[in-house]
Ligand binder design. Structure first.
Ligand SMILES: Nc1ncnc2c1ncn2[C@@H]1O[C@H](COP(=O)(O)OP(=O)(O)OP(=O)(O)O)[C@@H](O)[C@H]1O
Ligand SMILES: [Mg+2]
Length: 483
């Protein structure tokens, strides 16, 4: 028995000429194609080729209907369907430098029975370069230019937004840090003053009982201070006058120096009377100084506690925002990300002036599976756009609510709005109405992809002048494509 190798079916040069791709080729070229290409049939439902496989063939559809697919995360999305004779697919760029090694970037299936004309990518690529050298140069230039500008822009954009954020954060950190440093310096001075005062009192050989009484009075003043109500500037002035008067009456010289901290601590003349009754007259001035220093020290410590608390609050927000040391994919509460993004953008919001921020958060929001760092990028882009849309101030509202199987996040502004005919365009990459240098037009494109492709969600806009809402819907349960 001898092996019979079936000769594949070929198309004649005149048949090839009926395909729009080849209609302008000369006889020699068509003869070469006729000799090297061949026909093949796929039955309905069969895969013709798969995304990611080595791109070895160039395909031209002769009859039937095909569908094209791309994998997005783990699901396959149909990107098109056609029965147009002559459409081509497969290794369509094998003649470009650096492209021949790339795999198929999508899949093709036969929807009905399909006939294709095929040719090997390597030999076709080589011939193509030989026949059309100038076209190849032009296509290569375009391809390379597009890819490198895309890469540079993407990188630049990320750097710029990081730079902007860290500048804002640095500014926010600077105030409490400076306050803490300043308070610490004053504290050092006061501690040394109180030490000297104590030595002074000790030298005066006072009755130890009086010293104990003085310490108790100091304690009671510190306690009073913790509970003291905040006075208005007018009330404060009146209270200071009253205390200065009392100090003058009791022969204490630098009353103007002591009065403000005593008033701040909520000390009144009743307390001063008690002090005068408890400690010997010789100790009154020194004793009062001593108590005042203690009160000032207490105040500074509260200030330091506030400032350092604020610093760690900011650092915690930055950490939650950047998702440092956290898993990329987790169950999250979207409100955490919204809050930390607001803190990160606080500087920018304040800079605009006149923007009121409203947080309308649903208390019973379920957690959702998500990539929190990526969602924070989305909140940043949407809030950034909203701030920009309100140059004269307005209201920025962040709203969360539950809607069937979705968590709905709305970022609303009261700015100029987006004209109806522009509402689809804004999601396109590089579409921007901002002046050169102010925007790259990538914010919404990136956000749209993060929400739809990475989270199986949906991003929409509703906009009228004075009322613009970007609505993000995220599924409460894991979508099948989630990775
Ligand atoms: N809240 C909004 N109000 C009015 N117009 C908006 C709003 N959000 C987006 N737009 C419009 O959509 C365009 C595209 O927004 P997108 O965020 O994609 O890019 P950008 O903000 O211009 O630049 P960047 O890349 O810096 O974000 C904006 O230029 C603006 O015209
Ligand atoms: Mg933007």
């Amino acid at each position: 028995m001898s092996d019979i190798v079936a000769e594949p079916m070929r198309l004649s040069p005149s048949e090839l000429r009926t395909l729009f791709l080849f209609e302008k080729l000369d006889d020699d070229q068509l003869a070469w194609l006729s000799k090297h290409g061949y026909c093949q049939t796929w039955s309905a439902g069969e895969p013709v080729y798969n995304e990611g496989d080595p791109a070895t063939c160039f395909y031209v559809l002769l009859s039937g209907t095909l569908s094209m697919h791309r994998r997005v995360e783990n699901t396959e999305v149909e990107t098109g369907r056609t029965n147009q004779r002559g459409v081509y697919a497969g290794a369509t760029q094998s003649f470009l430098k650096g492209m021949a090694e790339l795999p198929y970037w999508g899949s093709v299936r036969a929807v009905t029975d399909c006939d294709f004309w095929l040719i090997g990518a390597t030999e076709f690529g080589e011939k193509f370069r030989e026949w059309f050298p100038m076209a190849v140069h032009l296509l290569e230039g375009m391809n390379q230019g597009f890819r490198s500008s895309q890469a540079i822009i993407g990188q630049r954009e990320r750097l710029l937004s990081l730079g902007r954020l860290s500048a804002g954060l640095t500014h926010e950190l600077n105030n409490p840090a400076t306050a803490a440093v300043r308070a610490t310096a004053s504290l050092r001075e006061l501690v040394s003053k109180i030490r000297r005062k104590l030595a002074h009192i000790a030298v005066a050989q006072v009755d130890p009982k009086a010293l104990v009484a003085l310490t108790e009075l100091q304690e009671s003043a510190v306690e009073k201070m913790a509970k003291a109500e905040k006075l208005s500037p007018v009330e404060m002035g009146e209270a200071e006058d009253e205390i200065s008067g009392w100090l003058d009456d009791h022969g204490i010289d630098d009353g103007w120096d002591l009065a403000p901290p005593l008033v701040e601590a909520g000390v009144d003349t009743d307390w001063l009377d008690e002090m005068a009754a408890t400690v010997p007259a010789t100790l009154l001035a020194d004793g009062l100084h001593w108590v005042t220093y203690a009160l000032e020290i207490e105040q500074l410590m509260v200030e330091i506690e506030d400032s350092t608390g604020r610093i760690s609050h900011l650092v915690a927000a930055a950490k939650q925002y950047s998702q440092m040391d956290r898993a990329a994919h987790q169950e999250i509460d979207v409100r955490d990300g919204l809050k930390s993004t607001l803190i990160m953008l606080n500087h920018k919001i304040k800079e605009r002036g006149n923007i009121t921020v409203v947080k309308d958060f649903d208390d019973s929001l379920p957690t959702i599976p998500a990539h929190p760092a990526e969602l924070n990028q989305v909140w940043t882009n949407l809030i950034d756009n909203a701030i920009y849309a309100m140059p004269d101030g307005g209201t920025l509202t962040l709203r969360t609510s539950r809607e069937d199987g979705w968590v709905l996040v709305e970022i609303c502004d009261t700015g100029v709005g987006i004209p109806k005919e522009m509402q689809q365009k804004i999601f396109e990459p590089f579409f921007t109405t901002k002046p050169v240098g102010a925007g790259t037009g990538l914010g919404l494109d990136i956000s749209y992809r993060v929400i739809t492709q990475r989270h199986g969600g949906d991003l929409r806009v509703k906009s009228y002048p004075g009322d613009t809402r970007f609505q993000v819907r995220l599924p409460v349960t894991e979508p099948p494509s989630f990775g």
